[in-house]
Ligand binder design. Sequence first.
Ligand code: SF4
Length: 343
Amino acid sequence: MTLKSPRALAAAGLIAPERATALAPVAARYAVAVTDTVVRLIERAGDPIARQFIPSEAELLTAPGERADPIGDGAHSPVPGIVHRHKDRVLFKLVHACPVYCRFCFRREMVGQEGESALSPADFERALGYIESHPEIWEIILTGGDPFILSARRVEEISQRLAAIPHVKIIRWHSRVPVVDPSRITDDFVAALIVPGATTIVALHANHPRELTAEARAACARLIDAGIAMLSQSVLLRGVNDDIDTLEALMRAFVECRIKPYYLHQADLAPGTSHFRVPIEEGLALMRALRGRVSGLCIPHYVIDIPGGHAKVVLTSSDVEKTETGYRLRDHEGRWHPYPPPD
Ligand code: SF4
């Protein structure tokens, strides 16, 4: 059973009973959900798994530069559910709910809120219409929320509708489900993802090697054995994976599971997440250390989303320069942006 309140976390022994009251305002602002699988992974308070999912009072502190839409989805949303930042691809945000709520989530102001948990049927059709009318769109990135909370039947329907659009060739699903609720990855669910006419890719979000349990590895193997390519994405997080041994073990674990390390994200400027952010200098030093330990197979791109919707930049590239006050980041159109951004 998924734990959804500080009181439920206290009853399960994950927080002290007296903290349930202190954490009530946090849970009122940002949704809480901790699955059975995650509960079993937590060894002690504040360990790298607990830090990711157990709320903390620090979430009520908004640091300078933090904002509700840190990566600027809104600036590139032509219709509800679609973010069209790059010519050849769109994000398609199908749902606003997740099986777990990560305490550092970059869309924390948008997910887990009261009300509808998925795009309405009318908005879904409008989003599909937008994709159909833009022949330059080659890749669809299905996200949310976590779209793997949908039923196999709905996933199949969506996959078929997308694959029927002649210019859509890649259907990429972003999910945390294979690690936080691996039993959802049934044979039926896997079959629903595979459609003629388009290639299916699954990008797995995991941040600590202990998340890749035997059950999670088996769930990923079911996807890959069926012909689905897998990529990883992780967020660099203080107290979770900000040391070289953990990062190395995480990247090796992905590769052992036949998952290509893809992105290591600098944590976005989401409200109440400053306690998770690792300075860019430290992230760069970790990447240097990682390159000294593993082959290119295990190296992800260390990326940051430029606040304001100017897309990602690879932090180990010449598109990043140190300044007196922080950094400046060059977007794909050659424009420089200060980081952190002015308030
Ligand atoms: S699963 Fe993704 S969208 Fe959901 S809370 Fe975690 S980071 Fe946010």
